[in-house]
Design a protein around this ligand. Structure first.
Ligand SMILES: Nc1nc2c(ncn2[C@@H]2O[C@H](COP(=O)(O)OP(=O)(O)OP(=O)(O)O)[C@@H](O)[C@H]2O)c(=O)[nH]1
Ligand SMILES: [Mg+2]
Ligand SMILES: [Mg+2]
Length: 297
């Protein structure tokens, strides 16, 4: 078989090194006849100037949670493991400015000017999903101890682009509102079952048609629980951002004309920090102005 444009060159080359020749491509004798299949690949470059959001969600975690004895309604081991895995994604991959997680999902926001992987959606999404999934398995024991991981968990991923700061904030607000609605429902539901002695069917009936205020009232009047005092992590989810923190370490140093001695050295380090607070209002964004880029670009 002849390879490339220059037949003579290719044939001579094949006599000496047949295999190498089949697979070598240089600018002169470029490309095998199979090369055309590349053109079947579609362009999935993300539109410029948009925030790129990758959202992952655990596959069939209803079953996964039951089989791994997650506590109801919230399992702190599971939430800790999700956060640890998200931290690993932020530390290993470039340009993620904030991530937000609740339940079995985590959203990762790439800065709008990111050129990482030429902004190819499939590359970004698969890197996030694989880094997250492998971390979830890698750190499992750290959070679940003796509880064995019974089968490999999976996470689906999607990419969504948001062109403005308002759109991005509304997206994150939507996810936090979802966290609030689900957590309030689950908290009342499982309190009715675990403390009120209702069956799951009875609890479901009791909550049919109730509004948020009714649910708060059930918790307060029947169980003396103020929902606002429940765990902030459960009510608000987890936002991870990069923050500069001063770190002081002791270093042994040799000062000229003196003996070696311990010296305290302080440096500013970027670290991923977790916040369990409201991200719907303005306060969080005013406190962390470095997260969002200028809208006017
Ligand atoms: N007990 C318990 N269950 C949890 C916890 N976090 C997540 N889950 C379970 O995970 C489910 C996540 O919901 P979804 O993502 O909508 O559903 P899913 O079963 O993962 O199904 P798909 O995402 O469509 O594959 C919840 O409905 C719970 O059953 C937890 O902390 N404790
Ligand atoms: Mg899921
Ligand atoms: Mg989910």
């Amino acid at each position: 078989m002849l390879i490339g444009n220059s037949g003579t060159l290719a044939v001579r080359c094949c006599i000496v090194k047949p295999l190498a020749c089949l697979f070598t491509s240089t600018s002169n004798m470029a490309k095998s006849k199979f090369e055309y299949v590349r053109s079947f690949e579609t362009d999935d470059t993300c539109l410029r100037n948009c925030y790129i959001v990758v959202r992952l969600d655990g596959r069939n975690f209803h079953k996964f949670a039951a089989q791994h004895n997650f506590t109801k309604p919230n399992d702190n081991r599971a939430l800790g493991l999700m956060t640890r895995s998200a931290r690993s994604v932020m530390e290993e991959l470039e340009d993620i400015v904030i991530s937000y997680g609740q339940s079995d999902e985590f959203s990762f926001v790439f800065k709008r000017t990111s050129t990482w992987f030429k902004r190819r959606a499939s590359k970004l999404m698969t890197h996030v999903a694989s880094q997250f999934s492998s971390s979830y398995v890698f750190y499992w024991k750290e959070f679940f101890g003796e509880q064995p991981l019974l089968y490999p968990p999976g996470f689906d991923g999607r990419v969504v682009l948001y062109p403005s700061n308002r759109n991005l904030r509304d997206y994150l607000s939507w996810r936090q509102a979802d966290c609030h609605i689900n957590n309030l429902y689950n908290t009342v539901f499982w309190t009715l079952v675990q403390k009120g002695g209702l069956t799951t069917v009875q609890a479901e009936d009791r909550l049919k048609g109730t509004l948020a205020a009714d649910k708060n009232e059930i918790l307060f009047s029947d169980f003396d629980i103020n929902y606002n005092n429940e765990s902030a992590q459960h009510r608000k989810g987890t936002a991870l951002i990069w923050e500069k923190r001063d770190e002081t370490v002791t270093k042994r140093m040799k000062v000229p004309n003196e003996e070696e001695k311990d010296v305290a050295v302080t440096r500013s380090r970027r670290r991923v920090e977790a916040h369990h607070c409201d991200i719907i209002g303005d306060q969080f964004w005013e406190d962390h102005p470095e997260i969002l880029e200028d809208d006017s670009c």
